[in-house]
Ligand binder design. Sequence first.
Ligand SMILES: *[C@@H]1O[C@H](CO)[C@@H](O)[C@H](O)[C@H]1NC(C)=O
Ligand SMILES: *[C@@H]1O[C@H](CO)[C@@H](O)[C@H](O)[C@H]1NC(C)=O
Ligand SMILES: *[C@@H]1O[C@H](CO)[C@@H](O)[C@H](O)[C@H]1NC(C)=O
Length: 423
Amino acid sequence: EGVFCPLSSVRTSLPAPMFSRNTISVFSILKKCIGQELSKITMPIVFNEPLSFLQRITEYMEHTYLINRACSLSDSTERMQAVAAFAVSAVASQWERTGKPFNPLLGETYELIREEQGFRLVSEQVSHHPPVSAFHAESLVGDFVFHGSIYPKLKFWGKSVEAEPKGTITLELLKHNETYTWTNPTCCVHNIILGKLWIEQYGTVEILNHSTGDKCVLNFKPCGMFGKELHTVEGYIQDKSKKKLCVIYGKWTECMWSVDPQVYESQKNDCYLVFQEEVDRAVNDDADDMPDVQETVSVVPGSTLLWRIDPRPAHSSTMYNFTNFAMSLNELEPGMEGILAPTDCRFRPDIKAMENGNMDEASQEKERLEEKQRAARKERAKSNQEWSTRWFQSGTNPYTGSQDWIYSGGYFNRNYRNLPDIY
Ligand SMILES: *[C@@H]1O[C@H](CO)[C@@H](O)[C@H](O)[C@H]1NC(C)=O
Ligand SMILES: *[C@@H]1O[C@H](CO)[C@@H](O)[C@H](O)[C@H]1NC(C)=O
Ligand SMILES: *[C@@H]1O[C@H](CO)[C@@H](O)[C@H](O)[C@H]1NC(C)=O
């Protein structure tokens, strides 16, 4: 298993810069589709980024050091703080990423082993309608297991696209016999037709400690009319008697801090006005510009830094605003070709072509793969065959009781018998 490159030698840029979107007008395509589910609309490939959604969810692992930190802490409140920082950091990679990842094909898989960060991950597209991606990551030294299944429900609102990530994320800290679960906030891409594209995340994320019923509540604030709360995340950790143990605050695009609740209340003297923005996004034709209030997080004295975002590399702006971590995800590292499952995203010819800057080829290949998938589905229907998933089984999440996909194990034994030919 330890055959792949150490982190220090994975690539830090893509083979080619991105194609400019400026010349494309999609208004005529999209005008007819208001209110529909986006998965039913064919978007021009120029709005994609050269990663599969399976790779995009792997970006949760960028800040694995926060899970490792949680494992190493003996104080349970501090562990919860590290887990909260991890949950926020996991969506930070979406900042300025307006490209749409490729929809995974049914049966598509992705694996990532990062010895320096101490984890390995496998994921599989387990359902096509609705599109469900299941992932399972584990510590290489047995400290944690991190898994989930995500159903990104996309809605097109005329001027914006909203992605509601349905599904539960579960983190088990094995040494501490602790399990945490949460769901990600809703992500919205504004101005997909005119104006400047920008990204907002909003909603409440509740991280539950299933051993005690203690929880951390994080409120990702919508930006509001004057942008005062743009990117702001604010919340607290409470014990089961609802006593606030600490306040957690910051921005998902920047950094997160924690502080004593009393200190926070006494220091937070600038009275926030909370504007309830109710904009009818589909009716008004003007662009919803991103408010340009950009002051950074004001730190309350006595706070502890939980996490700070890494700066994007300089060439990121010509490469889909990828982070360094994202740049490496589709790389076929030396030695991988003979070892990866043939269903691995890195073998997808459309993503590969787009990454290399060949947009026409990418578009043709994407169409071919989708057609091949449709034909295979028809074949199965004709012979009354059910699709069976390979590495995950449908089941119940033992902590939340909700429907989930559970890893059946064995992927890294690398027995690829009977894998479907999807490319
Ligand atoms: C979570 O549950 C464990 C196990 O019962 C407990 O020891 C710990 O205090 C809890 N931690 C938090 C932060 O709620
Ligand atoms: C990258 O970020 C810039 C600055 O916010 C933005 O104008 C651009 O549209 C983004 N590009 C992509 C591909 O998301
Ligand atoms: C872990 O926690 C569960 C549920 O609280 C309990 O039933 C089990 O005995 C614990 N195991 C250990 C090793 O502490």
